[in-house]
Design a protein around this ligand. Sequence first.
Ligand code: PGA
Length: 250
Amino acid sequence: MKSLVFAANWKMNQAPADAALFMRIFLGQYTRQNDRRVLFFPPAVSLHAVVDAIHDRADLQAGVQNIHWEDSGAFTGELSAGLARGAGARFVLVGHSERRHLFGETEADTAKKVAAALRAGLTPLICVGETLPQREAGETLGVIRRQLRAALDGQDAGVVASVLVAYEPVWAIGTGRTATPQDAKEAHAALKLELRELGGGERSGAIPVLYGGSVNRSNVAGLLAVDEVDGVLVGGASLDAEQWLAIVRS
Ligand code: PGA
């Protein structure tokens, strides 16, 4: 049986009180399952509400949605990996398409953020994905392999085995359009091959590669049925506790 990861990306939603209420409803109904982990990525101001609720359980963990690549200093408005770690985060999203496309994050930036996360003891969840024009031009696999390789540039083989990866086609995020299980299979297989080549070797087989982009309670089972899909990264459908419970139970 494969080990699954369900990650909730709340983006710019859920104030501390909303996050605390969400966690009360979720924890009231969620029974631990040994084959899965549930990760929460609240906005940074609500991290403490999630961390307090989960009490560092191994099957439930929290992360932040972004970090700066420097460890400290005069960077008004930014959050370092060390600050996030000190506030209870264990994970960080790096290279989310909204960071790349709305905030101009480059592939070189993703590499610096991965390095900063690892220095501070945060596990990076590296997000990659092609745009619609790239898909239509047949460039999907080349683009996502290049993004993954760039994010891990300069890391040793041993480190590669400790990251998480998410395939999130840009055209599927927040649009209601999901990749077919066959699209996901091809993309995930290409990413797994790239992880192997990057030095994860045999151990790379254990690196979770999640699918993200308009995942909901109706389509999640079909995606998880694909051998190469080790979990899901969910935005919109993770904001409602009942829908999120249905997803993590699938
Ligand atoms: P979505 O977002 O589920 O709302 O499409 C996914 C993501 O951006 O991680």
